[in-house]
Ligand binder design. Structure first.
Ligand code: NAD
Ligand code: DAU
Length: 337
């Protein structure tokens, strides 16, 4: 495989840091620059295994900063992979503003940079949430966008900007839309790390509404493998759905986590539902599996068990997060419900 120089944005977050580790392991001649604002969700501890690699470079900065992007892009990259985003639905309900700034404006600033410096490939890491909720069947890449939360709407707007740049200027974009990820280094505001760490602390696990909302869960390394394929073989101007078909209700998932942890079911606490809560996400992944020959390789049961073990082993990592600023958000969130 030819050498590549890649700019990863948002690489200090959950999926971005797993992606950087994946690329460093899999491609000995790829060079990665990670641009991250280090918001509450960005954590350089996630990258301690790669920080000494001479092929890895870190720059602190904001994707909405036009001058910074201009300076950074001038030396030339072979590809940009944009993970940088405000990513938590509940936070977008409390305050949509940072979602509009980073997810929409930040994407447009990057697209302008790609256009100006003629970067050959820009990957927009998007989400299944842009399609909205589906009771039966699965969304294909041709399904209409129908986002419901401010988060999902900001991601849909960013997708449309990418498509507009492709149609208008032939800016070389590819969009990926993935289902719910889980694995190491996920910030403990999201369901799996929240439930796991609360259970380890003997604290209640908040279940929104009736707990019967369905998500399709993909191990983060399989998402990284899909993005790796898209960088190498994805067709420009196209959208690729990524998912596993591991659909579970939130209650089924939490019961499984409690079983793996050997903790009692009475930790489950039903709380007021998330406003506008999408009932079910489900994607048809025929396109990526036929065109790029990608399919998930990790079994759901085994990777969930490995993830739980990682949180047990990484207590220092999540305790530091849970004792900081995050606590204020958590209290505010449940105070308002
Ligand atoms: P995350 O919240 O864990 O990480 C986001 C990262 O982006 C952090 O390191 C943060 O510091 C950085 N960031 C935020 N604003 C920035 C800005 N203005 N400039 C530069 N950096 C900034 O998110 P995640 O769960 O790793 O998600 C990564 C991407 O994947 C997001 O675009 C998200 O929409 C998408 N996605 C996530 C999932 C999932 O299940 N987590 C599924 C599908 C798609
Ligand atoms: O589908 C992909 C999306 O998955 C990504 O685009 C988002 O960035 C990511 O945050 C995730 O969004 P969800 O809203 O699906 O994930 P979350 O972990 O917040 O919630 C999963 C489900 O669990 C959802 O139905 C809400 C519910 N939930 C969540 C939390 C945090 C609870 O019942 N209790 C909780 O405390």
């Amino acid at each position: 495989m030819a050498a590549m120089k890649i700019l990863v944005t948002g690489g200090a977050g959950f999926i971005g840091s797993n992606f950087i580790q994946h690329i460093i392991q899999e491609h000995s001649n790829w060079d990665i620059t990670n641009l991250d604002k280090l918001t509450y969700a960005g954590n350089l501890e996630n990258l301690k295994d790669v920080e000494k690699e001479h092929r890895y470079h870190f720059a602190k900065g904001d994707i909405t900063d036009r001058e910074l992007i201009d300076r950074l892009l001038s030396p030339g990259f072979d590809a940009i992979v944009n993970f940088a985003a405000e990513s938590h639905v509940d936070r977008s309900i409390l305050d949509p503003s940072p979602f509009i700034e980073t997810n929409i404006k930040g994407t447009q600033v990057l697209l302008e940079g790609v256009r100006k410096y003629q970067i050959p490939r820009y990957i927009q890491v998007s989400t299944d949430e842009v399609y909205g909720s589906i009771d039966n069947g699965s969304f294909t890449e041709k399904s209409p966008l129908s986002p419901n939360s401010p988060y999902a709407t900001s991601k849909a707007a960013a997708d449309l900007l990418c498509l507009a740049y492709w149609k208008t200027y032939r800016t070389p974009i590819v969009i990926t839309r993935c289902t719910n990820n889980f694995g190491p280094y996920q910030f403990p505001e999201k369901l799996i790390p929240l439930a796991t760490t609360n259970a380890l602390e003997g604290k209640p696990i908040p279940v929104y509404g009736d707990g019967l909302n369905i998500r399709d869960w993909l191990y983060v390394v399989d998402h990284c493998r899909a993005l790796d394929s898209v960088i190498q073989k994805g067709t420009l101007g196209q959208i690729y759905n990524i998912g596993s078909g591991n659909e579970r209700t939130n209650l089924e998932l939490i019961h499984k986590l409690l079983e793996l942890l050997g903790k009692p079911k009475d930790l489950i606490q039903f709380v007021t539902d998330r406003p506008g809560h999408d009932r079910r996400y489900s994607l048809d992944v025929t396109k990526i599996s036929t065109e790029l020959r990608w399919k998930p390789t990790y079994s759901f049961e085994e990777s969930l068990a490995a993830t739980v073990k990682w949180y047990i082993k990484s207590e220092n990592w999540w305790r530091r997060i849970k004792s900081g600023e995050y606590t204020k958000y958590y209290q505010k969130m449940y105070h308002q419900r």
